[in-house]
Design a protein around this ligand. Structure first.
Ligand code: OGA
Ligand code: MN
Length: 290
């Protein structure tokens, strides 16, 4: 069967139905989903039950090469999900209990509440992220997605011209570091900033988009305060309600987003009381932006 897309918002996001993503996909179905991603930037696959890790990895592999695993900040008790290709987006320790308020993994996870694009702090950033919902709190904990193509389109011509060729420095120092999450010396050395273009052109659609992220902290050749002001102003512009789809999760949902053309952020919930367990796989974009 061919996938069916039902828009969820005027500019960004669609529900994708009509295919079973737990089963092997035909090349035509994969091409249709890719085309849906190019059009909507965020796709929601609503299923009765979450994919197993194996099924999620198999589905992910249709869309590119999985990102090389990177060292995540661990909970005091150690790692909960052994597979290094799966990011543990939860408030849980290895024994399934809720993390302490000052656990480093919890504090690091709070960085997801800032608008960002996954892995923009890597020299080769991410293409798609795929996030599946296993356990959810009874209320709150939505995820929001902002359309960086629509945001770019709505800039005035003067701004578009001024930012066309700018290059930004991205690092977790500018995001998690600015939140006051303490880093070890080894982490600080590993968090050397990488360069990313501020305006990207999508390889297939040729649409331009803003490549913003909480990880962006400087603009090459600019005085730091001026860069901060511009980045904050653009982020404010790009995350206005008209560009934002808010996803209210159901267990079993798999949401796929294009990190090249969107930003996202987690919304708060009572994370000291309720478990929230989501699992992410990520596909690399394969080429640097600069
Ligand atoms: C992520 C992320 C947001 C959320 O998985 O990359 O930012 O709502 N998640 O958990
Ligand atoms: Mn993220």
């Amino acid at each position: 069967m061919a996938p069916i897309f039902t828009p969820l918002h005027p500019v960004i996001g669609a529900a994708c139905s009509g295919i079973d993503i737990a089963e092997p996909l035909t090349p035509a179905a994969v091409a249709a989903i890719d085309a849906g991603m190019d059009k909507y930037a965020v796709l929601v696959f609503r299923q009765g039950a979450p994919l197993t890790t194996e099924q999620q990895r198999t589905f992910t592999a249709y869309f590119g090469e999985a990102e090389a695993p990177y060292t995540q900040i661990q909970a005091a008790g150690g790692v909960r999900i052994a597979d290094p290709g799966v990011a543990d987006i939860s408030n849980l320790g290895p024994d399934g209990s809720i993390l302490d308020r000052d656990d480093r993994k919890r504090l690091s996870g709070l960085g997801n509440r800032l608008w960002h694009s996954d892995s923009s702090y890597k020299h080769i950033p991410a293409r798609y992220s795929l996030l599946s919902a296993h356990v959810l709190p009874p209320e709150d904990g939505d995820t929001q997605f902002a359309d960086m193509r629509a945001a770019y389109d709505m800039l005035d011509t003067k701004t578009k011209t001024a930012i066309e060729d700018l290059v930004c420095e991205h690092s977790r120092i500018f995001s998690k570091g600015a939140l006051g999450i303490p880093f070890t010396d080894a982490e600080l050395r590993a968090f050397e900033p990488v360069m990313q273009r501020l305006v990207r052109t999508h390889r297939t659609t040729r649409r331009k988009s803003l490549f913003l992220s909480s990880h962006a902290g400087r603009i090459v050749g600019w005085p730091p305060p001026e860069a901060q002001i511009l980045l904050r102003e653009l982020t404010e512009h790009a995350t206005q309600r008209e560009f934002v789809y808010t996803h209210r999760w159901q267990v079993g949902d798999l949401v796929v987003w294009d990190n090249r053309t969107t930003m996202h952020r987690a919304r708060p919930y009572e994370d000291g009381i309720y478990p929230r367990d989501l699992r992410r796989t990520t596909v690399t974009d394969g080429v640097p932006t600069v």
